[in-house]
Design a protein around this ligand. Sequence first.
Ligand code: OGA
Ligand code: NI
Length: 340
Amino acid sequence: MLLSDLMSHATSVPYNYIRPICDRPNLVDVETADVSIPLIDLRGIHGGGDRSRIIREIGMACRTNGFFQVKNHSIPETTIDAMLNVAKEFFRLPESERLKTYSDDTSKTTRLSTSFNVNTEKVSNWRDYLRLHCYPVEQYVNEWPSNPQNFRDVVSEYSKQVRELTLILLGAISESLGLDGDYMEKALGKQAQQMAVNYYPRCPQPELTYGLPRHKDPNAITILLQDGVSGLQVLRGGKWVAVDPIPDTLVINIGDQIQALSNDRYKSVLHRAVVNSDRERISIPTFYCPSPDAVIEPPRLLVGKEHPPIYRSFTYAEYYDKFWNQGLQSASCLDIFKTT
Ligand code: OGA
Ligand code: NI
């Protein structure tokens, strides 16, 4: 059942959203910092003296934090505002209208659902989400919602812009590992791009539940657009750190596939989304993925006597299947593929 119309004005959350005491967000212990994860200015990434500095900064961020933020990312403000607005409008549609897109079948390429995977989980999460496949746009656009009326145009444009930015970032990541600029793009095969539009309604008891519990992203790299409301937290040095939104910036994180392709030099890091009692929140991650048949294994350059391969090679299809079926657990899904 969708959350949106469910008691965000009630005084308590239904029992099936309540986490056991040992698994609650402990919000008083969360650290906040002005800039909790590196903020990298991408101006100059296309050439000139700044390019090598930016690549070094990105490499450092991927090695240590697995997360960074970018400004001057070249996606126009109008595209970003339109994307956030159309997302908000979608979740304001009458429930009967939204339900036209509802499905719990995780193999569907366009679907509205709730929590994470209602087929396998015991405790629900305070989230509704719309999932869309976005690449190639032409292949999927006709299955996307057509209400709001400008939904397809706005999401097409945003998806294309995010793809361009992602390819630039993959180039920088490849170079920061000493690889050819197109290495990652090629290693991911034909590639895929999926978007989630996460809607976290106000929650009467945010200390008892999650928007999304701790997890690592199973894809290659994630580009997150968030509205002005806080909720994202990243595990750093054993502590949860809030990544509060900064206007005009996007949050980038390394997913499991780049961790595997880099033979563990770069980190896919645990993160989670918490909810709050004051304001609803929208976040829009774009998950950039290998194509299902891509074989994930590190390049020769990153394997040697001192760097034995950490994982056996696998296809992304194999990985993704395991991810959805094991549920969101603290153990990384990558552990299943370890060589020793
Ligand atoms: C995700 C995710 C964080 C957020 O959807 O994988 O980590 O802030 N979302 O919504
Ligand atoms: Ni995530």
